[in-house]
Design a protein around this ligand. Sequence first.
Ligand code: AMP
Length: 400
Amino acid sequence: MSFNKLTIDDIDLKGKRVLIRVDFNVPVDNGVVADDTRLKATLPTVSKTIESGGKAILMSHLGRPKGQKKPEFSLKPVAEAFGNLLGKEVTFVDDCLGSKATEAVNTMQDGDCLLLENLRFYPGEEKNDPEMAKSLAILADVYVNDAFGAAHRAHASTAGVPLVVQPAVAGYLMKKEIEYLGNAVANPKRPFVAILGGAKISGKIDVISNLMDKVNRILIGGGMAYTFFVAKNYNVGNSLVEKDRIDMAKEILTRAKSSKCQFVLPVDSMIATDIDSSAVNTKSAPAEKIPDGWMGVDIGPKTRSLFREKLADAKTVVWNGPMGIFEKTSFAKGTIEIASILSKITQKGATTIVGGGDSASAVKKAGFTDKITHISTGGGASLEFLEGKELPGVTALTDK
Ligand code: AMP
């Protein structure tokens, strides 16, 4: 799949005010950036801009301040952390609109970099208010979107500004994300296997549906497996079940029977009586027989072997969602096993893509980050991409 939008390589940046939408929505604990993966991923685009003599004006959201100026959602600590990575001062401007922003931009020299305050301090951002888009647009000669993690949202900074500022181009991270995901889905080397986990079937139903026509196998783990188990009349004890999705699960199982895609559910589970106490009582149980009073917290040993088998010859894999409650070490084995299998098959030449969010942090925690072909910086955006939906932040960019 070739990328059909203009990119930062197609435009002249010298002397230009380059307004770059980045995804600096990173965890900040007590004023310190706790995970700088997204900051590092943005470096190529920002470095290219400043090295080409452009003025890099960065804008992002952070968290959900819901249209209010809440200091705990300030991007100030992020400006400092990003400056350290860039090896250059990143001026922080404590507003993203109005005279403060305009004056700061007017004093920039070519090759300077500044970061505007959180876009979501204004309600117009999430409402895609054209006035907000215009107020941001006056800061720019050209617009770059490098915020793949926000590309599934039609907000003022992702969908509004590019209507006003042209050309509107993709940054390197945006291009890379779309190319990896796009190629995997459009031109996969086979067998092509999807691994889907996470808490709920409701969040992944469209992905399952879309991928069923494209992949050779779908492996299901995590909390969502139990709704499928109920659909098969298994005893699931206290496991997480979405009662209002049981019919949907039945429909998928029926569709899977006539599909060429192999639909693989866990054959056993790790189960526990209490997930919160420190002395966790845990054991494995067959999928169809989780005793009353127990809940499924991870895939079991037989499922780990089964999934290893189903992945052994895979040439393309996409993975989204943990296999269990991986935040707790006692229930993380299945998720870590998947990360480990993917790192091994990557070494043997498979293309492995992890769809952001929890699976990405599990891969990181297990130390396999460098051994996976591509780890997406956008959980929600990559899911919507895998659902086959258009991403408004990409659609809005100028066609090649
Ligand atoms: P999602 O955002 O849908 O990908 O779900 C991620 C969450 O699913 C993580 O916080 C996991 O702890 C949770 N999860 C995975 N497996 C289970 C399970 N068996 N029961 C309850 N929650 C689970």
